[in-house]
Design a protein around this ligand. Structure first.
Ligand code: FCB
Length: 444
């Protein structure tokens, strides 16, 4: 299977998950710093305080990135550059991203900057965070600061990462930071995130018309846990994960099932702002969602059990590439021929270093071969996909799951000075990226 010339191959990370240096060089507190300190919220009591210590190991990591991919997606830590979220700028924080971008460019790696990958400054959360409409002003000031600082060297921008997970897990059911479970706050958060995308897209385009600007969204098939699952619960969950974001962006409407609940928070003119023709839509796929009615959660809707027959990752997620095919082709049917980039896809395993000091991960190679092969098939069948970023460059802090699930193509030994060891999938993916061809045998 061959990929077209010019296909964008990359690897992705996010600031809070890898940087560490949480209290250094003037970085302010973010909502994940706060959340990690609430007992019981993060498995094993893990925090992102040190994470992969990427902040201090930048040079080594730049070399590893350059050996793997020509495109690297990372996020800016908002509290590192604006410790109170707005107002006072932290120069050492900006310097770090200058060094990162310059280091990538010096090694012929193209930077892709995510502006918001969940680590909101705590000072803004204290004012309601994304549930407060004032965030539109706070976010646009922050986005412009970054575009002005890096825009002479960075051309590719991803405005938000997975507003579905942020709004529902963070404001709806309280599993992620900021840990709230409140129906109105959740709906406000959804609408304000959509507003931020439309608004920022236009602002950055007027800053520089050549910028390539998108935003990244989950794309998950949603189905009932059982054949008799109430269709209303399925439609609600599909709205929370898919429709709440793709519908306003691409059709200028909210899904029928939640439109009346969102209505009180929508002002005149808003729907013209949320509707935007981004240069690309970033899609992130890991799994399908099985739905169960559950009155302990907002809208009485929550996850059900996974099907028994699928093999599972270390996250307990199903390995089933047909879900990916269904998403990609279903998206085209639902929204038309939109340019897509897969901004995340990958697998968590519990990889370890063997007695030879190697980290073989044949299951990851199998996963990538099957999912990337499926992507090639969907493209052959007419889905307009321009690129693929693997999640993740290296093992990292997996939010509420802590450090146990390992998503990286590079192993990080947390017990031994966070030593990096490229796994066998690193070599496999580097070969794919260089040749544009999927090797059908494991080279481990
Ligand atoms: C996505 C997140 C990313 C990572 C992967 C496994 O939802 O965007 O930060 O945690 O899942």
């Amino acid at each position: 299977m061959d990929f077209p010339k010019g296909f964008i191959w990359g690897a992705a990370t996010a600031a809070y998950q890898i940087e560490g240096a949480a209290q250094e060089d003037g970085r302010g507190p973010g909502i994940w710093d706060t959340f990690c300190r609430i007992p019981g919220k993060i498995k094993n009591g893990d925090t992102g305080d040190i994470a992969c210590d990427h902040y201090h190991r930048l040079d080594e990591d730049l070399g590893l990135i350059a050996g793997l991919v020509p495109n690297y997606r990372f996020s800016i830590s908002w509290p590192r550059v604006l410790p109170e979220g707005r107002g006072r700028v932290n120069e050492p924080g900006l310097d770090f991203y200058d060094r990162l971008v310059d280091g990538l460019l010096a090694r012929n790696v193209t930077p892709w900057v995510t502006l918001f990958h969940w680590d909101l400054p705590q000072a803004l959360q204290d004012r309601g965070g994304w549930a407060n409409r004032d965030i539109l002003g706070w976010f646009s000031d922050y986005a412009e600061l970054m575009a002005r600082r890096l825009g002479d060297r960075v051309n590719n921008w991803i405005i938000l990462n997975e507003p579905s997970v942020y709004s529902w897990m963070g404001h709806g059911v309280g599993i992620n930071a900021p840990g709230l479970a409140d129906r109105d706050g959740f709906l406000q958060c959804v609408h304000h995130m959509n507003m931020a995308v439309g608004q920022t897209y236009r602002a950055l385009k007027s800053e520089n018309a050549a910028f390539r600007i998108g935003s990244a969204y989950t794309l998950m098939p949603v189905r009932g846990e059982r054949p008799d699952t109430n269709p209303e619960n399925v439609a609600l969950m599909d709205a929370f994960w898919n429709g709440h974001f793709y519908d306003p962006l691409l059709k200028g409407t909210y899904p029928e099932i939640t439109a009346s609940y969102l209505a009180p928070f929508i002002r005149e003119g808003d729907m013209n702002i949320v509707r935007a023709d981004l240069d690309f839509v970033g899609i992130q796929h890991y799994d399908a969602i099985e739905v169960r009615r559950n009155s302990a959660y907002i809208f009485d809707t929550f996850f059900g059990d996974k099907p028994a027959h699928t093999p599972k990752t270390a996250m307990g997620w199903s390995i089933d590439p047909s879900n990916f095919y269904e998403c990609l082709t279903g998206f085209k049917k639902r929204y038309g021929d939109i340019p897509l980039i897969v901004t995340e896809n990958g697998i968590a395993l519990e990889d370890s270093i063997d007695s030879n000091g190697q980290c073989p991960d044949p299951r990851r190679i199998d996963f990538l071969r099957d999912y990337i092969g499926t992507l090639a098939r969907a493209m052959k069948d007419g889905v307009n996909v321009r690129g693929y970023f693997v999640w993740s460059l290296m093992d990292n802090f997996e939010w509420g799951e802590g450090y146990r699930p390992r998503f990286g193509l590079i192993h990080v030994d947390y017990a031994r000075d966070r030593r990096r060891t490229p796994k066998s999938s690193y070599e496999w993916y580097a070969t794919l990226v260089k040749t544009g061809k999927i090797a059908m045998t494991n080279n481990i």
